[in-house]
Design a protein around this ligand. Sequence first.
Ligand SMILES: Cc1cc2nc3c(=O)[nH]c(=O)nc-3n(C[C@H](O)[C@H](O)[C@H](O)COP(=O)(O)OP(=O)(O)OC[C@H]3O[C@@H](n4cnc5c(N)ncnc54)[C@H](O)[C@@H]3O)c2cc1C
Length: 436
Amino acid sequence: MIYDFIAIGAGPFNLGLACLTDPIPEVNGIILEQKERFDWHPGMLIDGTTLQTPFLGDLVTLADPTSRFSFLNYAKLHNRIYSFYIREDLFLFRNEYNQYCRWAAEQLPNVLFGQTVDRVEYDEVGRCYRAHSRDRNGCRHSHSARKLVIGTGNAPHVPECVKGDMDHATHSSTYLADKARLQARRSITVVGSGQSAAEIFRDLLQESDRHGYHLNWITRSPRYFPLELTKLTLEMTSPDYADYFFSLPAEERERLNAYLSPLIHCFYAYDLAFMPHGENLILVLEDHVPVRVVMKDIGEEIGILNGDIVLPEEIARISFSVREDMKPNCIFTDVFDCFFRHLSALLVEVGLLDERRFWALVAECIETYQASHPEYGAKYVRYDLFASQFALNCLNRLQIANNQQMLDLADPEKSLQFIGTLDNPLAIVRQGAGSA
Ligand SMILES: Cc1cc2nc3c(=O)[nH]c(=O)nc-3n(C[C@H](O)[C@H](O)[C@H](O)COP(=O)(O)OP(=O)(O)OC[C@H]3O[C@@H](n4cnc5c(N)ncnc54)[C@H](O)[C@@H]3O)c2cc1C
């Protein structure tokens, strides 16, 4: 028999797929899961911990609010709907979510537990995938399907320096199983600053008096960061955003990512600004696609926009103070106005990309960077690259005034000539997205 799909792994992702396809008789799929039953991050089902996402993001509701596999239906059938309503909390307890998913999985005959998939091949003749699995008794099975869905989740990451000493260490994924062993120690150190580390620290702290251990918490991050759950981040998970993202031209996205992300990073992480235009720039291509940029000959066209930083004498001149509101101009002027404005016009001229989609790509590149670097969150507000306008900095006038030396290196800001403002294309794109 050839199924329509084989899904490997029965975590929430593939379980959602199983629930949503269950009422469609024309779609015939099978889900293979290595565990003996549904168990969602069992090492971290600490009492009282909740989901980070509202209950409407359960297995089915956002795609099909009428599905019998909704959390609300589960709550109703288990006589929990009023207590859930009275609790007035959109965020389910993690234990409760696990019970709910297990309830859904138990009703789906095509979710096969105890099947570890260890090989997948594509049959060119039969034009189907074949997944080979092993069950708990070591017996082998194989299933064929036209489509393959891989939902195998993440593997725990143990840093190299700890791997040889796991008798004394444990990963958060097995925390609850190892908790008693940890608590028998005189001292426990939690490493990392993510949500899991915070939950483990809190859990151990509550019982530290009873067990008498010393508790430390260390992280390489400069501080602890709040959970990234802004509306923008949530919007990135919507089907509309996914459709929009995949409709964007891949090569242009790669080009922007290779060029713009490092510039944004230098600015937010180090106050470091370049003049990142033609003669200063080498694009490194792989298979005709830009993968990174090298900045060259940047002797005079580089600055650290922080007069307080102490640098070695030979390069001390590259650090200088700039008015706070002028700092993002190193991106607004040197990238948006002096480069992207012309690049966008060329892309329109050759019929590759219209202006709105080009600036949407730029916005997406910056949003992606910002979402993956929440540690600079305060700077994203202070130096807002999505501001509605920015100062028009007339660099060409500097050239005309003195073509030997455009900037007074002792005080570069003083040399600049600002004439009015420009509308920021990113703000326009964002307003457009907001009203759509
Ligand atoms: C402690 C913790 C809390 C989290 N809280 C949230 C939250 O509140 N909200 C949120 O959106 N995300 C949360 N996450 C992120 C988490 O990744 C997702 O919740 C979710 O588990 C991802 O679902 P998934 O189906 O993609 O993968 P997983 O849940 O990881 O499931 C993958 C499944 O594939 C199986 N599998 C792997 N390899 C094979 C194989 N070869 N053969 C057969 N089966 C295999 C595994 O046994 C597993 O059951 C949390 C993560 C952790 C660790």
